[in-house]
Design a protein around this ligand. Structure first.
Ligand code: ADP
Ligand code: MG
Length: 695
């Protein structure tokens, strides 16, 4: 039997947006505005502008090449413009045909594009259109565009909001002695201005610099800061084991093959102090690629073990987890510590044994992928959870980890250490991650030489091959990273087809390079390779039995082969900034001068050009992260887009950095002097939505 879904009633749909009480509607602010107050002459339309034109319909065509589409030609006496619809209903054809026959006028709003062909006229793809009476007046004010769910029209929202505005008075809940408030527009005035934008302030309203926006941004940032402080207070109220360092820490330090850098000493001391507190540590250890985070993690684990607790280290990929396992086991097993190894790909019997060792406490340290924190893994006495490259785990996985590690033993919660090579810019750290304490390794181990980056058109591939040969003849090794197949438009990661294609590309590249460099040993590693084979190739590369390693991005994080001094990335324009920075970080780990060759194929988009230029200009991870944030925005930067985390809707972390600071100070002041107002403010802006912030 076919299941029929009962369509939601309007009120139910609105409730999904959090819109129930009149005050909810009043606070449902526009995301942006459209300027429909003016008409542009078609002759004056420049490609790239978003604008509004109107003209008589002169032709309506359904074309079939390159695919079925509806093309409507309009004329306003100054020039002609095409309206192109790739998806359309039959009824749209009728509407436009009738307009054509009646010489009616169509008003269209959209982005102007250059047309195709030599006599091309400009066009708009999927414009907003309306058949109008030629003399119909234009709106006199900006049109607010509201966030709307499926099946809710802007008109409906506007009506409900206007109705609510007529009844609701918006009282101030913040005391007027609060620092920046005197300089800001009163809340009620700000809200009314944004819903019913006055004439004359168009530019400031559109680019969100209007004082009404400033007040709303402050409100939003303040709510965020209050929520973060509340989360922190809750954390401090929890209990965790107190772990004092003992002889294992001492012996591990003595066994290290190098001297810790000053930065490593400093962050280790910060972590060591946290672990001796009675509430859970939530610390982010940041350090550029190659800064030496692993040994800091090992020292933290040793401290937990010293105090009789278990530690777990989780990494995002099997390859990386395995590297940690080898490195850390090599350090700790001679000191009598059993290290359990757990990943999804283990055979049942091995997995059973690892799970048993974890559950009985026989293994005081467990290293693995997220399999470590899946349902069946039960720790006897987990005291410290370490997560490497934590930004690579989804929010859902982080929540699972939190659930898994909470209230484990006698209501004690394990400490958490997160590690990341992706530096987090200051404003971002102050907002989304404000509940974390941050330790930074801001110095590389001595003896590293800076990496030179070259941008090379892929027409010059032969020269790159020659370079690889040269490096190998000089006793060095090279990575050759295969192109990424572009992600599907929803950004939900490569599709299955793309993955298969990526694999095929890797195999082809390997075959081609093997032929071109026939006197060298060329290896191949990719995500689909069975673990044992993957490890065999990596081992051979580590022993310099493989000279050139062809790889997909599985080597992006963590791989450590100091003799490799050349990194080649094909189709570098398809990679993100952080990814390229990580890849480049695979070289420059030894004393030899290293180079990174970023091959690109033209034409390059503007964004790709900026990414490549950034890589060329700097190797400073912080600068790269800052530009990444600029190019991508905080949502994508944090990978929070699919998480539902409440991103800032109005404030812009780059542009509003000063407001972020003011909001932070105001939050501290409020909690101390007016806790009531703090609660009321949070309630007004967040309601029950702050849970996500804690992930
Ligand atoms: P990352 O911070 O990227 O995880 P790793 O922990 O993998 O960096 O360290 C990178 C390399 O530097 C490893 O080969 C490691 O053994 C080495 N290393 C770490 N600390 C030091 C140090 N203080 N002196 C010399 N080499 C070090
Ligand atoms: Mg690492």
């Amino acid at each position: 039997m076919k299941q029929q879904r009962v369509p939601l009633k309007l009120d139910e749909k609105l409730a999904r947006l959090g819109l129930a009480r009149p005050i909810d509607f009043v606070l449902h602010l526009p995301l942006r505005y459209e300027d429909e107050t003016r008409l542009e002459r078609i002759a004056d339309c420049a490609p790239g502008d978003t604008t509004q034109v109107q003209g008589r319909v002169v032709a309506v065509d359904v074309q079939y090449r390159p695919r079925r589409q509806l093309v409507v030609r309009i004329d306003d006496d100054s020039g002609e413009l095409l309206l192109r619809f790739l998806n359309f209903y039959g009824s749209q054809i009728t509407v436009f045909e009738r307009a054509r026959d009646e010489h009616a006028v169509v008003r269209a709003r959209g982005e102007v594009r250059r047309g195709f062909g030599s006599h091309a006229v400009v066009e708009m793809v999927h414009p907003k259109t309306r058949v109008v009476d030629e003399s119909a007046p234009l709106p006199t004010t900006l049109t607010p565009i509201y966030p709307a769910g499926e099946g809710i029209s802007q008109t409906t929202l506007r009506k409900r909001i206007d109705a609510a505005l007529a009844h609701v008075a918006l009282d101030e809940v913040l005391p007027d002695t609060l620092a920046p408030l005197a300089e800001l527009m009163p809340l009620e005035q700000a809200v009314r201005t944004l819903h019913q934008p006055p004439r004359g302030d168009e530019a400031a309203l559109i680019d969100k610099t209007h004082p009404a926006w400033t007040r709303i941004k402050f409100e939003e940032l303040l709510a965020q800061q209050l929520a973060l402080r509340r989360a922190r207070a809750r954390r401090h109220a929890k209990r965790s084991p107190i772990m004092r360092p003992g002889v294992l820490v001492e012996r591990l330090r003595a066994a290290l093959p190098f001297k810790l850098t000053r930065a490593q000493e400093r962050v280790s001391a910060e972590i060591a102090a946290d672990l001796q507190r009675a509430f859970p540590m939530t610390r982010l250890l940041q350090g550029d690629v190659g800064a030496g985070k692993t040994v800091v993690a090992a020292l933290a684990a040793a401290q937990a073990i010293d105090a009789g607790w278990q530690a777990a280290l989780m990494a995002p990929t099997e390859l990386l987890a395995e590297q940690h396992f080898r490195k850390i086991a090599q350090l700790l097993e001679p000191l009598g510590v059993t290290v359990a190894w757990l990943t999804g790909s283990l055979k049942t019997r091995e997995k059973r044994a690892a799970l048993d060792a974890i559950a009985s406490g026989a293994a005081p340290l467990a290293i693995g992928t997220h399999a470590l924190f899946q349902d069946r893994a039960e720790f006897a006495r987990l005291g410290l959870a370490i997560v490497d490259e934590q930004h690579r785990f989804g929010v859902a996985q982080r929540l699972a980890l939190r659930a898994k590690t909470s209230s484990e033993v006698g209501m004690l919660e394990p400490h958490q250490l997160m590690m990341s090579a992706t530096p987090i810019p200051r404003t971002l750290a102050m907002t989304y991650l404000a509940d974390l304490d941050v330790s930074v390794i801001d110095e590389l181990p001595p003896g590293r030489t800076p990496i030179r980056t070259h941008l090379v058109d892929d027409a010059r591939r032969d020269e790159v091959i020659a370079r690889v040969r040269e490096a190998v003849h000089a006793g060095r090794q090279a990575y050759w990273v295969c192109p990424l197949i572009e992600e599907n438009p929803e950004g939900s990661g490569p599709t299955r087809g793309a993955q298969a294609l990526e694999l095929q590309t890797a195999i082809d590249t390997h075959a081609r390079l093997s032929a071109e460099l026939s006197e060298l040993k060329v290896g191949l590693v990719h995500g689909r390779l069975p673990t044992a084979e993957k490890q065999a190739v990596m081992d051979a590369f580590a022993r310099n039995e493989v000279h050139v390693l062809v790889a997909t991005t599985v080597i992006e994080v963590g791989v450590d082969v100091p003799n490799a001094s050349l990194m080649v990335v094909e189709h570098a324009e398809r990679f993100g900034l952080a990814q390229l920075h990580q890849l480049r970080g695979r070289v420059g780990r030894g004393a030899a001068a290293s180079a990174c060759v970023l091959m690109y194929a033209k034409p390059l988009s503007n964004n790709a050009k900026q990414r490549l230029r950034t890589l060329y200009e700097t190797t400073d991870g912080f600068e790269i992260a800052r530009r990444d944030l600029e190019l991508r925005g905080p949502g994508e930067f944090l990978g929070a887009r699919q998480s539902g985390a409440p991103l800032l809707r109005f404030a812009d972390l780059e542009l509003d950095a000063e407001l972020v600071e003011q909001a932070r100070d105001a939050a501290a002041w409020l909690i101390e002097h007016a806790p009531h107002a703090a609660r009321a403010h949070l309630e007004r802006w967040h309601g029950g939505r702050e849970e996500f912030l804690k992930a």
